[in-house]
Design a protein around this ligand. Structure first.
Ligand code: MOS
Length: 759
């Protein structure tokens, strides 16, 4: 039996531009100020909005005095739960309509007097100027009735609730009896790791510009999911989806923080409705921290049992992560532990613990980013116990198939990754003894960790139009969050149709365009390019129809050099073909704009997704090699060298893919060394809601990062792609911690690895 997946194996593989490090097509616009972000779109008569945040973690608003705020010159309106129009509550999340998962929290902001976290918006000030809005927001007086609150994850974690597994969430996965195998193992480690909350700090803080025209709403929003914003706002305001237009031409980073619809977006639309003016809300860093979820803190147990030769006999990875009492989801820290090592007995289990805090959300490789810190640290600790090289230990436990299920890996070659990384890093020069390597006064350490993440492959809709002048227009509602999606889409289109990359224009970032999946889950590039390829195939069939009667016959001609040409050079350019046919252009599209067509498309996509999941695990994998220097007196840690080798399937554009993976490493270095959301347990208030107190890596903290690729196509996806958005951060914190242990002999099992934990 031949399945659709196997047929994909013979899909044509265009190569002229694909695989080349082409510069970003929008690079000049971005560095020269030409690119417009959501807070920059000009509107005549625009008003500005600012949020007022609750200052208690749980309770009720008993009164709001807006007199002083309203007296600030330029203030148009102070919206509170006492005067805000009613909005329709969010829909219950359902996998039948994924857009129901859009809201970051289920709270009906300003339609309730209840407070669910310290920082929840309780009022919105709209004013003629940004300055007036912020000045007035500080003058809004709110009184509360407090209810008992749990604000400390360290306390809440003692009351975990098991996660029921679902299509979307990993609960418990078991193979064999891991606890028993652990107890019987000749060598074992049983360890506890903790990771802190982390806040989203994309370069562009969240921003929304909203304008109503009767029942029609136009929103410029910094979002990773245009379609979800459109559907969510249509529901909340009770207007037709087709009447809501969401535009996000450029987005200054997302990382998951812009993957949901948060308060700012909804309240900007509300403020615009109430004032009858276009309204802009550019969140301050602090407002992002108080109203947009971050990564949940976790506590994890990793226990490994092995024989003396390093063969794993047991793997236990359990984790408890924080969720808000009012929402948020499990941080699936143990998810990669299902796939990374061949142990005959594996137990993976997730629980959550409720805290009266802002609901957590996705952050680059949710789960794996922090789970790999625990797993890959524990593997290193076991290697020390066994007196075995940590790479050798990993290579010895490479699984042939999914160790916790019946699926096969669509591709996986971690042994090749380890071998190449070791060679290029010079790993054989490592003296395994801690504190054995020095550079002057600095203690030098080398650490390694594996990376693994499962990118999702979804469908997407796209329109491809070939014009008589030989240029091509591609339209799809994709989100350019900084990854270069327009560039790779142009590369794939150019190769599919045989035109230069420069002949292809990609229009994206608008809900009027065919609906694309969100830029999340490392899915956008593979989904978009697969759809483009499909549309181009349709277009080519139409072209062949047009030349059916041409002489000489062009049935066997190739789509190349801007036309259809035979091997002997005979043929017609696209201009000639369209000119003969009297057509200004010819186009093809995938998907449908009708409600029914879209619903059918979603069902098809879900069916394909589930069928694929029963057969294959598609892992993007890699290995990080890290060198640190540690000051023996102050315990200052400097990361001084980095190599990441990745197996992410086919690489469309090495320059862009490397940038993505480097970004993952940089973000991982932040998580390893400095990033930590600090909460005052007395008030549940985030104490470091800004870049002055929450330290993300700066240039001086990051060394040159070398990236290598295996670059072999995944045989089960249309273009052989996996995904590069998230795998880069997985394993990073462990590589740093392992290097720090090698340098100092000190094992830190808590992130971040700050000086106090090392001294
Ligand atoms: Mo991501 S954390 O899938 O935006």
């Amino acid at each position: 039996m031949t399945t659709a997946l196997e047929k994909n194996r013979t899909a044509p593989a265009p190569t002229k531009n694909v695989g080349r490090s082409i510069d970003r097509v929008d690079g000049i616009a971005k560095v020269s100020g030409g690119a417009r972000f959501s807070a920059e779109v000009p509107y005549a008569d625009i008003a500005h909005a600012a949020l007022v945040h609750a200052s208690i973690p749980r309770g009720r608003v008993t009164g709001i005095d807006t007199t002083a705020a309203e007296a600030v010159p330029g203030v148009l309106k102070v919206l509170t739960h006492q005067n805000a129009p009613k909005m329709i509550p969010s829909a219950k999340p359902s996998i039948m309509d994924l857009s129901t998962m859009a809201p970051g929290t289920p709270i009906n902001y300003l339609n309730t007097d209840e407070v669910h976290w310290n920082g929840q918006p309780v009022a919105v000030v709209v004013a003629e100027t940004l300055e007036a809005a912020h000045a007035a927001a500080r003058l809004v007086e709110v009184s509360y009735e407090s209810r008992p609150a749990v604000t400390d994850f360290a306390v809440a974690q003692d009351h975990p609730k098991p996660v029921k597994g679902s299509l979307i969430e990993v609960g418990e996965v078991k193979t064999g009896d891991a606890e028993q195998a652990l107890a019987a193992a000749p060598v074992a480690v049983d360890l506890r790791y903790t990771t802190p909350g982390q806040n989203h700090n994309a370069l562009e803080p969240h921003a929304t510009t909203a304008a109503w025209d009767g029942d029609r709403l136009t929103v410029h929003d910094a979002t990773q999911n245009i379609d979800w914003v459109r559907k969510h706002l249509a529901r909340r305001f009770g207007v037709p989806v087709a009447g809501v237009r969401v535009i996000a031409e450029f987005i200054g980073g997302g990382f998951g923080g812009k993957g949901s619809v948060w308060a700012g977006t909804v309240l900007t639309a509300l403020a615009a409705k109430v004032t009858g003016r276009p309204v802009r809300m550019a969140l301050t860093r602090e407002a992002v921290n108080r109203t947009v979820g971050g990564r949940a803190p976790t506590v994890q147990r990793v226990a490994l049992g092995a024989q003396r030769d390093g063969t794993l006999t047991a793997l236990v990875h359990t984790g408890v992560s924080q969720v808000g009492r009012a929402g948020g989801g499990v941080e699936p820290v143990a998810s990669q532990s299902q796939y990374l090592y061949a142990a005959p007995a594996i137990l993976v289990r997730h629980s959550t613990a409720e805290v009266d805090a802002l609901p957590n959300t996705y952050m680059r490789a949710p789960g794996e980013a922090m789970g790999s810190f625990a797993l890959e640290s524990a593997i290193d600790e076991l290697a020390v116990e066994l007196g075995l090289d940590p790479l050798e230990l990993r290579a010895r436990n490479e699984p042939e198939r999914n160790p916790t299920g019946r699926q096969r890996f669509s591709r996986r070659d971690l042994r090749a990754v380890y071998a190449r990384g070791a060679r290029e890093f010079g790993w054989s020069g490592r003296d395994p003894k801690p504190r054995s390597m020095r550079d002057g006064r600095w203690l030098v350490g080398w650490g390694v960790a594996a990376a693994l993440h499962l990118p999702v492959h979804l469908g997407g809709d796209v329109l491809v139009r070939l014009r008589a002048d030989g240029t091509v227009l591609v339209r799809s509602g994709l989100q350019e969050i900084g990854v270069g999606v327009a560039t790779v889409v142009a590369q794939v289109t150019a190769d599919a149709l045989g035109v230069p990359v420069g002949a292809v224009t990609v229009e994206l970032g608008d809900s009027e365009q065919p609906t694309a999946p969100g830029a999340a889950g490392s899915t956008q590039t593979s989904s978009a390019t697969a759809a483009v390829l499909q549309a181009c195939e349709q277009l080519k069939r139409s072209m062949l129809g047009l030349v059916r009667r041409s002489s000489p016959p062009l049935r066997d001609a190739t789509f190349t050099d801007g036309g259809l040409f035979r091997a002997d050079g005979a043929g017609r350019s696209y201009s000639e073909i369209l000119g003969d046919a009297g057509l200004p252009s010819i186009e093809a599209r995938t998907g449908s704009d009708s409600r029914l067509g879209q619903a059918a498309g979603q069902v098809r996509m879900m069916t394909r997704f589930l069928a694929d999941r029963r057969r294959w695990v598609h892992p993007a994998t890699g290995a990080h090699f890290c060198e640190v220097r540690v000051d023996p007196d102050t315990a200052e840690v400097r990361v001084t060298r980095w190599l990441g080798v990745f197996d992410v399937g086919r690489v469309l554009n090495p320059k862009l893919a490397s940038s993505q993976l480097r970004g993952g490493v940089v973000m991982g270095i932040g998580a390893a060394l400095t990033e930590e959301t600090l909460v005052d347990p007395r008030s549940g208030r985030i104490m470091n809601p800004g870049l002055g107190e929450y330290h993300v890596p700066v240039h001086a903290d990051v060394p040159r990062i070398d990236i290598g690729f295996i670059d072999e196509p995944d045989p089960t996806t249309p273009l052989g792609l996996l995904g590069v958005g998230e795998v880069g951060i997985t394993g990073v914190a462990a590589a740093v911690a392992n290097a720090v242990h090698h340098a100092t002999g000190v094992r830190v099992r808590e992130l971040p690895l700050t000086l106090d934990r090392l001294l």
